[in-house]
Design a binder for this molecule. Structure first.
Ligand code: HEC
Ligand code: HEC
Length: 284
């Protein structure tokens, strides 16, 4: 069919023509505030056997200036939003008159939590992302309204909770009750989407290190989320990023917070097991 031939041609054009040879990941070392050492390269988990030997943070694929912004909290524009979230953390809201701090203490008490999300919640019988868990605290324990998925208040709070886990290895569980959701996410990762018929793997597994147009392709890891993007000058959530990537393949996409993106987040997070939590990061 002519149409089919053309879409494949379009995909080839999108991928091969403007793609120049591997620059690969650089050998720089990420230390934040001259204090927090971040593991940005690690042996891939056995779940990735036959796919990847090493997992690499997206930080290694950015230019020196962008990398430098993440190395100091005063230069990282994402940290402004973390400060905003600290205020919210300490402010009572909702019919119960409670703040996050009333139940959880200082944000630092949450160190390590970001590293294990998305996570199975036994009572709810579902895999929850960090934002789902935060919203459950808001609606069920505070009597406050849920935050819109990936909107500023939610993403800022996620950034605060990521920031206190920086330097701790991502370690999401993929087995037990989470396995079914994980499988669903894995299937999505290898599904070809859109007119360009490209899967996540086509770009982020088979072509990382190459250039697509002017962009240096990374492995599409999410250990460093939320990410402050210079392009839109705000913190971006994982689901928003997925949405953008799927849209780039000229496909209809899923909504932030949808079960599809929750599953995809669990799967992509597990591909980064062994890398350290790095958010909020700086990206272009
Ligand atoms: C009235 C007490 C209460 C308030 C207020 C509250 N939480 Fe919670 N939160 C809990 C309890 C209890 C749990 C653990 C039980 C569960 O899984 O629901 C929890 C769990 C969590 C977890 C997951 C921890 C883990 O180890 O998996 C996060 C993250 C969290 N809360 C964030 C927040 C944030 C952010 C706020 C403010 C917007 C908040 N909570 C407000 C009681 C509260
Ligand atoms: C046509 C190629 C292409 C496809 C297909 C694609 N992406 Fe991307 N993606 C990019 C480019 C280009 C960037 C920006 C450079 C980079 O970080 O790799 C990016 C960035 C990302 C990032 C940000 C990484 C970071 O460190 O900031 C994530 C996460 C991501 N993609 C996930 C996905 C997922 C999941 C899929 C499948 C649903 C997908 N991408 C499909 C091209 C693609």
């Amino acid at each position: 069919m002519l149409f089919r031939t053309m879409t494949v041609a379009a995909a080839m054009l999108a991928l091969t023509a403007p793609m120049s040879a591997a620059g690969g990941a650089d050998d720089d070392v990420l230390v934040i505030n001259e204090d927090i050492e971040i593991t940005t390269k690690a042996a891939a988990s056995p779940l990735l056997d036959g796919h990847l030997d090493e997992v690499i943070s997206g930080w290694h694929f950015r230019d020196d200036d962008t990398q430098a912004m993440e190395m100091d909290d005063f230069d990282n524009p994402g940290m402004i939003f973390v400060d905003q979230a600290i205020e919210v953390w300490n402010t009572a809201e909702g019919s119960e008159g409670k703040s996050c701090a009333d139940c959880h203490g200082a944000p630092e008490e949450m160190a390590g939590v970001r590293a294990v999300y998305p996570k199975w919640n036994e009572d709810a019988g579902e895999v929850r992302t960090m934002q789902m868990q935060i919203n459950s605290c808001r609606t069920e324990r505070m009597g406050a309204e849920a935050w819109k998925y990936d909107a500023a208040p939610a993403i800022n709070m996620e950034a605060l909770l990521a920031s206190v886990s920086r330097g701790m290895p991502v370690n999401v569980a993929t087995d037990g009750p989470a396995a079914e959701t994980w499988e669903k996410g894995k299937e999505m990762y290898y599904t070809r989407y859109g007119l360009l018929e490209l899967s996540c793997a086509n770009c982020h597994e088979q072509n990382y290190g190459n250039y697509i147009r002017a962009d240096h392709l990374s492995q599409g890891q999410i250990n460093a989320f939320p990410a402050y993007r210079l392009k839109n000058a705000k913190l971006n959530g994982v689901h928003d990023r997925f949405k953008g990537c799927i849209r780039d393949t000229r496909a209809e996409t899923f909504s932030p917070g949808s079960p599809e993106f929750v599953a995809l987040e669990l799967y992509v997070a597990s591909r980064g097991n062994g890398l350290d939590v790095e958010g909020p990061s700086v990206r272009n």
